[in-house]
Design a protein around this ligand. Structure first.
Ligand SMILES: Nc1nc2c(c(=O)[nH]1)N[C@H]1C(S)=C(S)[C@@H](COP(=O)(O)O)O[C@H]1N2
Ligand SMILES: [Mo]
Length: 454
């Protein structure tokens, strides 16, 4: 134990920002973005050091999370070849909020900052975007859109969306959709892929028909093992022989009655960017199985081998591997249920609160893949003590759970407020992102915000 502790202390002395990244899963460049602007430890001490009420609980030499709002960078159009833009890039896309942050432009990927996830139901303009291929042109005649269910079924189905709507009973469910890579930026060393913080998630009202009802009409054969899902978006290269994304799930998960084929999101036809005219919503598992611009479920007699299956895609290590190490291809399994996560949605990170304030009301959300969230706990003293939040019930299975809490702050000063969710099995969010894997799945460390009183 002392060996690791000593070296961590040394790291704090030599490179506090880096050490902070190791302990809290925060990237050094993210820390630098805030009010410290890259200033050294001495300046930090002078600015907030004396005013950190729980500083005795901070790991030795900890750099407080940099304070104040991140300064938005210029939108991409105004900064053509700017190397490594400083600060988040606001999204500029029709129908979407400019509070979303661009993580990638080709393909287009944007996340929702935690403080923009403060609604019970995520408004469509604030819902994150994740594409793997090109964005297809908007379908002209949605009711003629073709959907195929084939493979290990007794009756191959070829339906139009119009027929699907007429033949099966529609249901509406509020359910979380979350990218498999959500939380990836908290891994050290950096894992390959879009650097999501906690914002690859949203919880919308989805209207559509049950996948199980449609599968019953097709008659699934006993030989069925897995599904393969397809959408109409062209591959990024434009090569028509290649598929942008085609993932699937074991038959047991496919048969979950919560899986929907949806055409409405929040009571309106799907936006094109979210899969118009029809998409799958397979809740609880990586968002990549929820095909947008949905065209086909191929029921298979073996594990699906489409684009995004196998190797290290959407897969985690079976035996823990050395962070940054070389992956052994045999040591991977598919990421199935997403892990428990809780976020503080109000106040926003970096909020300044008037001097003399001794109580802060918090709001947040939590969810846990296939599981329910059992409790959410809050700490204002770097994890020394915890306070139970009031946790709401999900509206239906796979809804997220909103929570509220009131925390007392003993004096003015700099605080960090941490939230930790625990699922129905008793599994909690860890302090740091563990179980590193090359493409960065499953990182769910506690969410941490910074507030300054006075
Ligand atoms: N056809 C198609 N479906 C897709 C994708 C895609 O690239 N193509 N991306 C998937 C991934 S990785 C995620 S996380 C979700 C994102 O859905 P959203 O963009 O509506 O938020 O859609 C999934 N469905
Ligand atoms: Mo995703």
């Amino acid at each position: 134990m002392s060996k690791i502790e000593r070296s961590m202390e040394e790291l704090y002395k030599d490179d506090p920002e880096r050490a902070d990244a190791v302990v809290f899963g925060r990237k050094p460049d993210v820390s630098r973005r805030g009010f410290m602007g890259g200033a050294g430890l001495a300046a930090i001490g002078a600015t907030v050091g004396g005013a950190i009420p729980f500083s005795q609980n901070m790991p030795g030499g900890l750099m407080p999370g940099a304070f104040a709002q991140d300064k938005p960078a210029a939108p991409p159009a105004a900064a053509p070849a700017a190397p490594a833009a400083k600060g988040p890039i606001p999204l500029n896309f029709p129908g979407k909020s400019d509070k979303l942050v661009v993580l990638g432009e080709k393909p287009l990927v944007a996340e929702t900052p935690e403080s923009q996830l403060d609604d019970d139901t995520t408004p469509t303009d604030k819902f994150y975007i994740r594409n793997n291929g090109q964005i297809p042109e908007m379908a002209k005649d949605p009711d003629k859109w073709k959907i195929t269910i084939d493979g290990e079924v007794n009756n191959k189905l070829e339906l139009t969306l119009g027929e699907l709507k007429a033949k099966f009973k529609p249901v509406t469910r509020r359910m979380v959709l979350e990218c498999g890579g959500n939380g990836r930026s908290f891994f050290t060393p950096e894992a390959r892929g879009n650097q999501w913080t906690n914002g690859g998630v949203g919880c919308a009202e989805w209207t559509g028909v049950r996948v199980t009802d449609v599968l019953k009409a097709a008659g699934v054969k006993p030989s069925a093992v897995f599904s393969g899902h397809y959408g109409a978006d062209p591959h990024l290269s434009g090569d028509s022989n290649r598929v942008a994304l085609s993932r699937g799930v074991p038959i047991k998960k496919l048969m979950d009655e919560n899986n929907l084929i949806v055409w409405n999101m929040n009571g309106k036809p799907l936006e094109n960017i979210h899969g118009f005219p029809v998409r799958l919503v397979i809740p609880g598992w990586p968002g990549s199985v929820s095909s947008k611009w949905f065209t086909r479920i191929w029921v298979r007699d073996k594990v699906h081998d489409g684009q995004g299956m196998g190797a290290t895609s959407y897969r985690v290590a079976i035996q823990p591997m050395v962070p940054g190490g070389k992956p052994d291809p045999k040591n991977f399994k598919d990421l199935e249920s997403m892990p428990v996560r809780s976020i503080i949605t109000n106040p926003a990170d970096g909020t300044k609160i008037p001097a003399g304030t001794r109580e802060v009301k918090l709001r947040g959300a939590s969810w846990a893949g296939d599981h329910e969230v059992k409790q959410v706990d809050i700490s204002t003293d770097y994890g020394a003590t915890w306070h139970r939040a009031q946790l709401g019930k999900p509206k239906n299975k796979y809804d997220w759970q909103r929570w509220t809490a009131t925390v007392k702050l003993p004096s003015d000063g700099y605080y960090e407020i941490w939230t930790r969710g625990t699922d129905s099995r008793g599994v909690s969010q860890p302090f740091v992102a563990g179980f590193w894997n090359p493409q960065g799945y499953g990182a769910n460390p506690m969410h941490r915000i910074r507030v300054l009183v006075g």
